[in-house]
Ligand binder design. Structure first.
Ligand code: UD1
Length: 430
């Protein structure tokens, strides 16, 4: 199994290209099941999760081809992928496939609304809390679906004439349930109004793509999304928006290691709250024509308190990385996680590098230390694993991160992007 070896101490200088957002690419790919026409997605990141979803969509009958590589210094970072689901050959998403990635559960929306039925295994995914699917079930039932859970599967059936538009208010903000209800409602009879909907940029991106396919969605990006059902959707061409989590991660890496880096092909407006926290920690951040410049020269890292929240709040997917940064701050910071319980598995690994962190309920108290020391550590989930890389960049000596398949799920060519900026990071294959 691959490991990542980091020798800390180098500053970062250069340019890091930001990939298309994993969390946008996944629902966009799933939306291709809504039409028998071709959906072409540009700027699709090359990640293990994307490859896994390609397998899942293929199981439902999607014909998928990849081309249009964008070359950068001889390497390709982004791909154009064509998805055509002329016929849905199976409305079952089996346990063996769904258990590998939670987002694959989301196929339930398009399958149910297009084919009138879906049988989808209850999901697996990152080990960050229980992550139930009650909101999906309640929401789809509000559109008239009959839903039963049997033998680890969700069996959903639409009424004879198809799903029926309705008003549904999410009792809790959920990105995935918003994606699914929005997709399901595009082909329902009548109008659906979703209240307390997720406002994440990836929801807006999906709505934009669905509208290009002929859907009638308005209000995306606000808490109330309205979807007027249409008879059918057509193909479209859509560019996946930049990955705000990857952007924030590299911004924190520069803030941690010091240096001067341009994050290219991204937008500051996707992560204002996180950038503000990094700025308060002592980095200078400015917008360039094509991205963001981040600089930390000499100034120490200041302690900053954060609380995770749904968008536009501080993203839970950057919480672990920010904790990594705070381990070297000049004081005490508090990091509160409100989205997922049990999302502090990186704490004990950061402690192996010398970090001083104590947990009390959903809040971590981080007492900054003047030096971290490299050690063997283990990646526990996707975002936690990259917090160890960030800490490793500033640790003395060698940090060896094992179980890097977690990193490969969400970070495209991480070691290459960091190495080009002067970091000492390499993949070691056993
Ligand atoms: C998505 C992101 C993930 C991010 C998360 C929160 C993708 C592929 N993943 O995950 O990276 O960390 O948003 O920004 O886009 N919940 C319920 N019942 C449900 C559904 C969710 O209680 O039926 C709860 C979850 O347990 C969690 C909260 O709602 O506590 C938010 O989860 P949700 O927004 O649904 O996360 P995902 O869409 O799975």
């Amino acid at each position: 199994m691959d490991r990542i070896r980091i020798v800390g101490g180098n500053e970062l200088h250069g340019v890091i290209p930001i990939s298309g957002a994993k969390n946008a690419a996944l629902p966009l790919m799933i939306a291709s099941l809504l039409t028998d026409d071709t959906l072409t997605l540009e700027n699709v990141p090359h990640l293990a999760d994307v490859e896994q979803l390609i397998r899942i969509l293929g199981n439902h009958g999607a014909d998928i081809s990849v081309n249009g590589r964008r070359e950068r210094q001889g390497e390709s970072y982004a791909r154009t992928v064509h998805f055509t689901s002329r016929n849905i050959v199976s409305t079952t998403a089996p346990y063996e496939l769904v258990s590998k990635m939670r987002a694959s559960f989301w196929v339930i929306g398009p399958l149910l609304t297009r084919e009138g039925k879906a049988r989808v295994s209850l999901p697996g995914g990152c080990a960050i809390g229980t992550r139930p699917v009650d909101l999906f079930i309640e929401g789809l039932a509000a559109l008239g679906a009959n839903i039963e859970i049997d033998g680890g599967y969700v069996n959903a059936t639409a009424p004879a004439g198809g799903l029926i538009g309705a008003r549904y208010v999410f009792p809790k903000v959920s990105v995935g349930a918003t994606h699914v209800l929005m997709m399901a409602a595009t082909l329902a009879n009548g109008t659906t109004v979703l209240g307390n909907a997720a406002r994440e940029p990836e929801v807006v991106d999906l709505a934009k793509c669905l509208n290009a396919m002929g859907a009638k969605i308005s209000g995306q990006g606000t808490s109330t999304v309205t979807i007027e059902g249409v008879r059918s959707l057509s193909g479209a061409r859509h560019r996946v928006l930049p990955d705000r989590i990857e952007t924030g991660t590299y911004a924190m890496a520069v803030a941690m290691a010091g240096g001067d880096v341009i994050l290219e092909d991204t937008e500051a407006s996707l992560l204002d709250t996180a950038l503000e926290a990094i700025r308060r920690a002592g980095a200078q951040i400015s917008e360039t024509n094509s991205g963001i410049r981040i600089v930390r020269n000499g100034a120490g890292i200041k302690p900053v308190d954060i609380v995770t929240d749904p968008f536009p709040g501080f993203p839970t997917d950057l919480q672990a990385q920010f904790m990594g940064l705070m381990t070297r701050s000049s004081g005490v910071s508090h990091i509160t996680e409100t989205i997922f319980e049990n999302r502090f598995m990186h704490v004990q690994e950061l402690a192996r590098l010398g970090a001083k962190i104590s947990l009390s309920g959903q809040t971590a108290k981080v007492e900054g230390v003047s030096r971290l020391k490299g050690a063997p550590v283990m990646a526990t989930d996707l975002r936690a694993s990259v917090s160890l890389v960030i800490a490793g960049l500033a640790a003395e000596g060698e940090t060896m991160v094992s179980r890097v398949y977690h990193l490969d799920r969400g970070f495209e060519r991480l070691e290459e992007k960091l190495t080009r900026c002067g970091a000492h990071v390499e993949r070691v294959s056993d």
